[in-house]
Design a protein around this ligand. Structure first.
Ligand code: GAP
Length: 534
């Protein structure tokens, strides 16, 4: 698995993703999509919309506002309970979600280094002493063990000579190495080892004021999910579209959360984009629909190239479920930092429609023609992140290979996801006929696919450049194409496949039709069939 630093560096170098406001020192956790990144993310969103809206009879779309009536958030429960307890370091000021702290300590740089040291020494006290005087000083300068080694180690020696650390004694080890001067143990900071504060609740809602004068303006919130915009429009969409149950409403849009621990590149940010579906169905059919959506959504990631071994489903435990949810299954991806959520698919029952009916006084019901009765539909919610999906497609596509003794970096994107579909490369930029033919071909192909023209380097280098950004096909125009004094024009071009690096010679007049086949995954067929040469 590629490490995240390589992905971040490739993204910056090749214009996929940049740090937000970089010239001012950057804004933590906010990222800007560059020329190739915006294409990739737009492709993710377009394919999601195509597959979930256009290719189905039972779905319609919506684009609701980011700011909504403040009562929406009372009804949804976000104002009362959308808060993760957080804890801050009294030494370096870093904040962490209290429920993620143990995990953050366990995988912190300093604890990793301490674990290695403990594994290599039979005498734990000696291992701690050496670590505190060496790596500990650099990695966890504010840890009690590093700051007051004599005091901490004297207690340690008394209690635990001959001790060997095992994972189940994680808490005990922390108590032994992180304590206040009066001996009271505390949680150490994953960043510097300092003392963490008592957990406090923090609202994840970002407040904003609508109106020019803050005192009289309406306080509202930037939506923390797009879902509520769908629920409050349930009746409008039902009346306007005349849909019958079961049917769903899809929406793609920005959401905002004051996350305590944003990080891992675009994985967790405070501003992000969601791709959400609320699928309304008859109570009693909800369990079956839920399973269908779990299967469909899992298959969607595989369809666009995510490798089987890097994706899995995780059933939520009963104690993880929101109180109103009947069942929830996460699609997880093996990111460089470990298995993490890509999408959640929840059975939300009739909770949301009931809540909004109650708070707004408007009945959000469905009239069932068969039973001649009104009912409140149940809701299945497949909720995905556009940024997380984009990141998973990037990570999954990354390959490093050796070709004739040289490193080749390839982004092995599914052709429909690739930011640039075709690169037209003139072999000689000083040959007017080659340039003219290549320009003309580029203009034709552009009508259908995002095509670039590049003549700024040697052909080998141009291929590498396109491989690194995942362009599936390069088309080269050369002397044979246009002819010279030695031989007449053959009016053929070379199409090269990014993955196999195989090449086929194709008549200029067939390029468009051949590329259309290649986009559909028919490289082998074209490669075998010489007819395409015209
Ligand atoms: N309406 C349900 C809902 O919002 P969620 O699990 O909180 O559920 C759904 O979010 C998806 O949105 C996640 O699986 C993830 O892909 C994306 N997401 C959530 N918080 C995010 C964040 N801070 N940064 C990036 N993506 C996020």
């Amino acid at each position: 698995m590629v490490d995240m630093d390589k992905i971040v560096s490739l993204c910056k170098r090749r214009g996929f993703i940049f740090q937000s406001s970089e010239i001012y020192g950057g804004l933590g956790s906010a990222w800007d999509y560059g020329p190739l990144g915006v294409e990739l993310k737009n492709n993710v969103k377009r394919l999601w919309w195509r597959d979930n809206v256009y290719l189905r009879d039972d779905m319609v779309g919506l684009d609701s506002a980011i700011t909504m009536h403040p009562k929406v958030w009372e009804a949804s429960g976000h104002l009362a309970s959308f808060a993760d307890p957080f804890t801050g370091c009294t030494a370096c000021g870093r904040h962490y979600r209290a429920d993620h702290l143990a995990e953050a300590i366990w995988s912190s740089k300093w604890f990793e280094s301490l674990k290695r040291r403990l594994a290599n020494e039979d005498n734990a006290a000696l291992a701690l002493q050496k670590w505190a005087a060496g790596d500990g000083k650099k990695l966890a300068p504010n840890l009690a063990l590093v700051q007051r080694p004599e005091v901490i180690l004297s207690l340690w020696k008394d209690k635990r000579s001959g001790y060997r650390f095992v994972q189940s004694e994680f808490g005990e080890l922390l108590d032994g190495i992180a304590s206040a001067p009066d001996g009271t143990p505390h949680n150490p900071c994953p960043n510097c080892g300092g003392q963490m504060s008592e957990p406090q609740p923090a609202s994840l809602m970002l407040e904003t004021f609508l109106g020019p004068v803050q005192e009289t303006a309406t306080k509202t919130y930037l939506r923390p999910e797009t879902a509520q915009g769908i629920f409050v429009n349930f009746d409008n969409v039902l009346q306007a579209s005349r849909k019958k149950l079961p049917f769903g409403i899809a929406q793609i849009g920005k959401s905002f959360r004051n996350e305590i621990t944003p990080g891992n590149f675009t994985f967790r940010t405070r501003e992000f984009e969601q791709m959400e579906i609320e699928f309304f169905c008859m109570p009693g059919t909800d369990e079956e629909w839920h399973q269908r959506w779990v299967d469909e959504r899992f298959a969607w990631y595989e369809k666009y190239g995510i490798q089987k071994e890097n994706i899995r489903l995780r059933e939520h435990e009963k104690d993880e479920l929101a109180f109103y949810a009947k069942r929830c299954v996460d699609v997880e991806y093996l990111f460089p930092m470990g298995w993490s959520e890509l999408e959640g698919i929840a059975n939300r029952t009739d909770y949301d429609l009931k809540q909004h009916s109650h708070f707004s006084g408007r009945a959000l019901e469905y009239f069932d023609e068969d039973s001649k009765q009104k009912l409140i539909p149940y809701v299945i919610e497949p909720s995905a992140g556009a940024d997380r999906s984009t990141l998973s497609f990037l990570v999954d596509a990354y390959r490093e290979e050796e070709v004739r003794g040289e490193k080749r970096v390839v982004l092995n994107f599914h052709p429909e996801l690739a930011p640039v579909k075709i690169a037209v490369l003139p072999l000689l930029k000083k040959n007017e006929r080659i340039v003219e033919t290549a320009r003309k071909l580029t203009a034709e192909l552009r009508k259908r696919w995002y095509t670039v023209y590049d003549d700024t380097a040697s052909i080998g280098r141009l291929y590498r450049r396109q491989d690194e950004v995942g362009t599936p096909f390069c088309v080269t125009v050369d002397v044979q194409t246009v002819g010279d004094e030695k031989a007449p024009a053959d009016e053929k071009v070379t199409i090269r496949d990014r993955n196999t690096m195989q090449q086929v010679r194709v008549a200029l007049s067939s390029v468009e039709i051949v590329i259309a086949k290649l986009m559909d995954g028919h490289w082998d067929e074209i490669y075998r069939d010489s007819d395409w040469a015209g």
